[in-house]
Structures are given as structure tokens and as C-alpha cells.
Ligand binder design. Structure first.
Ligand SMILES: *[C@@H]1O[C@H](CO)[C@@H](O)[C@H](O)[C@H]1NC(C)=O
Ligand SMILES: *[C@@H]1O[C@H](CO)[C@@H](O)[C@H](O)[C@H]1NC(C)=O
Ligand SMILES: *[C@@H]1O[C@H](CO)[C@@H](O)[C@H](O)[C@H]1NC(C)=O
Ligand SMILES: *[C@@H]1O[C@H](CO)[C@@H](O)[C@H](O)[C@H]1NC(C)=O
Ligand SMILES: *[C@@H]1O[C@H](CO)[C@@H](O)[C@H](O)[C@H]1NC(C)=O
Ligand SMILES: *[C@@H]1O[C@H](CO)[C@@H](O)[C@H](O)[C@H]1NC(C)=O
Ligand SMILES: *[C@@H]1O[C@H](CO)[C@@H](O)[C@H](O)[C@H]1NC(C)=O
Ligand SMILES: CC(=O)N[C@H]1CO[C@H](CO)[C@@H](O)[C@@H]1O
Length: 287
């Protein structure tokens, strides 16, 4: 009981004391809200994994990626990995980039991807064009413009048509795109379907869009799914849904996102409070 009271106090305090973050920084906070360990991968124009060796997130953990001005690249999550502790060699159930823990190339399909092009105006998108392996949510904080939350309202692994499902030990670990599964021009937007007017949603891409309304579901869906936002920080959360409130601890600040308000950041003086309020317990209360 005392435990619950202190948690309610913590929640009250952080709801009551939000302050906007510095709008010019481009910090990316990666949060693992999955029940499983994930190995995030960050690719900058085909160059190496930013975090390099041993970059994994246990459930509830966060990491900060400090994106340079004008950064453009993609972020995704690898699941079920097994890497040799000495050589860094190994593979993952989904999202592998070859056989190394350090990614220098794109992840293997199916993989859900958070895509960014930063500039005076940032462009971002959750892409399911290469299929789906984990729900990803992108929430901007403190920006100006559209700045809406990108991502899914459900986990497509639980709603994947059987002809697209990728299974491991009987469990669905990913959902392939129709282009990947059937390699037909109609699904891949090639040949006579090679332009936005001819390449239309199919029953497969519609089933993706139903679960993930704020994600691109086929190649030319990009045009309507890319969101713009200026001068914002970003939260990239794995296994969160669009309406999930996501809290993380970063730069001596406790930060919560809220779909309608963006991030709420806390000053250093709340560090003590953080020690008294385990993140996981707070999340359990909030979710
Ligand atoms: C972004 O990260 C840098 C260093 O990692 C830090 O100095 C800065 O305060 C951060 N900005 C915000 C708004 O948290
Ligand atoms: C992170 O970004 C801030 C500006 O956003 C910069 O001042 C700082 O030097 C960066 N820190 C690192 C470790 O790259
Ligand atoms: C991965 O990258 C990190 C940092 O760049 C490096 O220290 C490490 O040796 C790399 N590991 C492998 C297996 O290439
Ligand atoms: C979030 O959205 C999902 C799917 O739309 C819904 O099932 C769930 O109840 C919502 N959760 C909250 C806290 O609103
Ligand atoms: C999509 O349509 C094809 C034939 O047009 C059908 O075979 C397939 O089962 C449908 N898939 C879904 C997910 O409805
Ligand atoms: C923001 O952009 C998305 C994607 O293009 C769009 O669906 C949404 O309606 C826009 N919201 C506002 C408030 O403009
Ligand atoms: C999110 O913002 C809405 C609207 O301001 C507010 O009613 C709600 O209490 C906030 N939730 C959290 C968890 O901060
Ligand atoms: C949200 C959503 O798309 N749900 C669908 C899951 O799949 C069943 C059948 O496969 C559909 O009936 C639901 O609409």
C-alpha cells in the first residue's frame, strides 16, 4: 500500500512540474518497451552502427543518440540475437545486418524502420515497406509544425496474414511485406505500377494500414505518411503504441512523452525523485 502511495506521489509530481526541453537539440532517446531484449541499429547513410559493440537494450532501458545537424538515416530493432562476446559475430531472429553486431548495411526483411531526414524542417516516418518485426513509435518533443506521432496502434505480429507471417518455433516473429513475399510489380510498385498513380493500396497493404495508420505500408504510401516537424527532439520507442505515455531518464532529467503535449522534461533536482520512483513501476501504473 505504502508502495502505491509513493508511486502516486511520484506521478503527481511529474505531472505537475513539466517544462519544455531546449528546442534546438536533436537528441534521440531510444526506449525499449518490449518484454524482450532488443539490439537497436542506427545507420547513417550506409556508415557504421553509431553505438557499435554491445549496443543492446534490456526491457525498460533507454539510450541516447545525439544526431548531428542534418543527419539522415534509419533506426530499427533487432530481436532474438545471439552474438559472440569476443568476435561480435552472430545472428538475430529478425533485423540482422549480416553477421555482425555492428551494422554497416540495412537489416534483413521483414523489419520495421524509423526513418529520419533532419534539417530546418525534419522529415520522419515509420516504414513498413520492408515488412514488420517490432512496433515502433516516433514522438517528437518541443517542435513546431505538424509533429504528430508516427507508428502503430497495435502489434502486427498478432494480426499478420498467414501467407506473410515469419515464424520461429511456431511463434510469429515478423510479418513480410507483400512485395517481399510475392515479388510482384503490383506490390513492389515496379514496371507498369512504377508510379504513385498506378501503384495503389492492395488488400495486403491495407491490412498493415489498419493496424498502423501512421506508418507507410507500401512504397508510394510514403507520400502521405511522412510527417514534418521543426527543431524537435525525438523519442523512438520499441513496442509502444501511439497512445502510450513513454517515460525515460536522460541527461539527469526524467522525461515523459504525451501525445498531445510532447515531452515533459525535469530539472536535475528531480534526480532524487527518480531514485525513489523506479521507471518500470511508473510505467506499469501509467500503461
Ligand atoms: C543532448 O545531449 C547532449 C549530450 O549528450 C547534452 O549535452 C544536451 O543537454 C542534450 N540536450 C537535451 C535537450 O537534452
Ligand atoms: C550533442 O549535441 C549537442 C548539441 O545538440 C552538442 O552540443 C554536444 O556536443 C553533443 N554531444 C556529443 C557527445 O556529441
Ligand atoms: C563495433 O564497433 C565498436 C565501436 O565502433 C568497436 O569498438 C568494436 O570493435 C566493433 N566490433 C566489431 C565486432 O566489429
Ligand atoms: C491505446 O490504443 C489501443 C489501440 O487503439 C487501445 O486498445 C488501448 O486501449 C489504448 N490505450 C489507452 C491507454 O488509451
Ligand atoms: C489478398 O488478395 C489475394 C487475391 O487477390 C488473396 O489471395 C489473399 O488471400 C488476400 N489477402 C488478404 C490478406 O486479404
Ligand atoms: C500531420 O501529418 C500526417 C501525415 O502526413 C497527417 O495524416 C495529419 O493529418 C497531419 N496533422 C496535422 C495536424 O496537420
Ligand atoms: C497528457 O496531456 C493531456 C492533455 O493536456 C492531459 O490531460 C493528460 O493528463 C496528460 N497525461 C500525462 C500522463 O501527462
Ligand atoms: C486492427 C486489425 O486490423 N484487426 C484485424 C486483425 O485481423 C482480423 C482477421 O485476420 C481482422 O478481422 C481484424 O480487423
Amino acid at each position: 500500500m505504502a508502495h502505491n502511495v509513493s508511486l502516486l506521489f511520484c506521478i503527481f509530481v511529474f505531472l505537475a512540474s513539466g517544462a519544455k526541453m531546449n528546442a534546438n537539440a536533436k537528441n534521440f532517446t531510444l526506449v525499449n518497451q518490449c518484454k524482450e531484449t532488443i539490439w537497436p541499429a542506427i545507420i547513417t547513410d550506409g556508415s557504421g552502427n553509431f553505438h557499435g559493440e554491445d549496443f543492446k537494450l534490456e526491457p525498460g532501458q533507454t539510450a541516447i543518440y545525439n544526431a548531428s545537424d542534418g543527419w539522415s538515416g534509419r533506426i530499427w530493432g533487432r530481436t532474438g540475437c545471439n552474438f559472440d562476446t569476443k568476435t561480435g559475430d552472430g545472428t538475430c531472429q529478425t533485423g540482422s545486418c549480416g553477421t555482425s553486431i555492428n551494422c554497416t548495411s540495412a537489416g534483413s526483411l521483414p523489419v520495421s524502420i524509423a526513418e529520419f531526414t533532419l534539417g530546418d524542417t525534419d522529415f520522419y516516418d515509420v516504414s513498413l515497406v520492408d515488412g514488420f518485426n517490432l512496433p515502433i513509435v516516433i514522438k517528437p518533443g518541443g517542435g513546431k509544425g505538424n509533429c504528430s506521432t508516427a507508428g502503430c496502434d497495435g502489434d502486427l505480429r498478432q494480426n499478420c496474414s498467414s501467407d506473410l507471417a515469419v515464424k520461429d518455433n511456431g511463434k510469429v516473429v515478423g510479418c513480410r511485406s507483400a512485395c517481399d513475399a510475392f515479388n510482384m510489380d503490383e506490390y513492389c510498385c515496379r514496371g507498369t505500377y512504377g508510379d504513385p498513380v498506378s501503384c495503389l493500396p492492395t488488400n495486403y497493404s491495407k491490412s498493415f494500414k489498419q493496424v498502423c495508420p501512421a506508418a507507410s505500408s507500401y512504397a508510394y504510401d510514403n507520400r502521405v505518411s511522412i510527417i514534418t516537424c521543426s527543431a524537435s527532439d525525438y523519442l523512438v520507442a520499441f513496442c509502444a503504441l501511439r497512445n502510450t505515455t513513454i517515460c525515460s531518464y536522460q541527461n539527469q532529467k526524467f522525461v515523459c512523452s504525451n501525445t498531445s503535449e510532447g515531452f515533459r522534461a525535469f530539472s536535475q533536482s528531480w534526480r532524487i525523485l527518480m531514485l525513489a520512483c523506479p521507471l518500470v513501476s511508473i510505467l506499469q501504473i501509467l500503461l
